[in-house]
Design a protein around this ligand. Structure first.
Ligand code: NAP
Length: 240
């Protein structure tokens, strides 16, 4: 890169977010490690620096207005925002998020992080992103957000997750609204599914975080004529 670009990854202290931060760092980006816990954040920054990444810590809880506002003041340039921080809400082996018995507080908490948190962070970081020559926003979604797939009994697999899946469908829908609003600007925004990835989130079932990070990294580094308002996995476009 002729001039060093800066990326911010939310929830970058572990899992897929950490792998995205490492991947962008390896491509020469300066990387802000957004993380809410000080010790986990500092450990992640140290790990990235040890791997040669120009990383810096950004205290960031996506559900906390003041935390997000303060985070923006710690960043003086922003080219890439990866909204990765997310939660599933409770579920477990043999225990689904049954829509007929769902705790409404679970729905609120999941939407607060997975959707409202993304809108909060995006809008707070927008003034910085607008100054970039090629701003990119990647929202980490999930293939379980695909209403088309969820509605097809031959395709829908895994547990029923009546809080988590719709929260990511909501995130996808919001992503499209941003893309409409950004039409005619340099900002490209897309949603990415990492696939099933072995992290805390899945009880460490699935492929590696590095493999899960690949689509997000591709979307974070799109050329100016790249797609916007799309929903992608490794194999290509995911149906809404
Ligand atoms: P993970 O290992 O549990 O990591 C989640 C990250 O989000 C952690 O860094 C966590 O921070 C952070 N986070 C949660 N709430 C936050 C908040 N309020 N403010 C700031 N950070 C917060 O899970 P993962 O598998 O890497 O998941 C990353 C993203 O991928 C999520 O959006 C998830 O929905 C999506 N995804 C994952 C899979 C999969 O198979 N793993 C599949 C599809 C989509 P703490 O350490 O402080 O909790």
């Amino acid at each position: 890169m002729s001039e060093t670009k800066t990326a911010l990854v939310t929830g970058a202290n572990k899992g897929i977010g950490h792998a995205i931060a490492a991947g962008l760092g390896a491509l020469g980006y300066r990387v802000g490690v957004g993380a809410r816990d000080r010790s986990r954040r500092e450990t992640a920054v140290e790990k990235l620096r040890a791997a040669g990444v120009d990383a810096f810590g950004v205290p960031l809880d996506v559900t906390d207005e003041e935390s997000v506002t303060t985070a923006a003041t710690l960043i003086n340039r922003l080219d890439v925002l990866v909204n990765n921080a997310g939660i599933s809400g409770p579920f477990g082996p043999g225990w689904v998020q049954d829509p007929t018995t769902l705790d409404l507080d679970v729905v609120r908490t999941v939407v607060e992080t997975n959707v409202i948190g993304v809108i909060r962070v995006t809008n707070t970081m927008l003034p910085l992103l607008r100054q970039s020559p090629s701003p990119r926003i990647v929202n980490i979604s999930s293939s379980v957000a695909s209403v088309t797939r969820q509605a097809d009994p031959d395709i829908a697999i895994g547990p029923i997750m009546a809080a988590y899946s719709p929260s990511k469908s909501f995130l996808n829908a919001v992503t499209v609204q941003y893309a409409r609003q950004f039409a005619g600007t340099k900002i490209l925004i897309n949603a990415a599914c990492p696939g099933l990835v072995a992290t805390d989130f899945t009880g460490f079932t699935g492929r590696t975080p590095e493999e899960g990070a690949a689509t997000a990294i591709r979307l974070a580094t799109l050329p100016d004529d790249g797609p916007t308002g799309g929903f992608f996995e490794d194999a290509g476009v995911i149906p809404w």
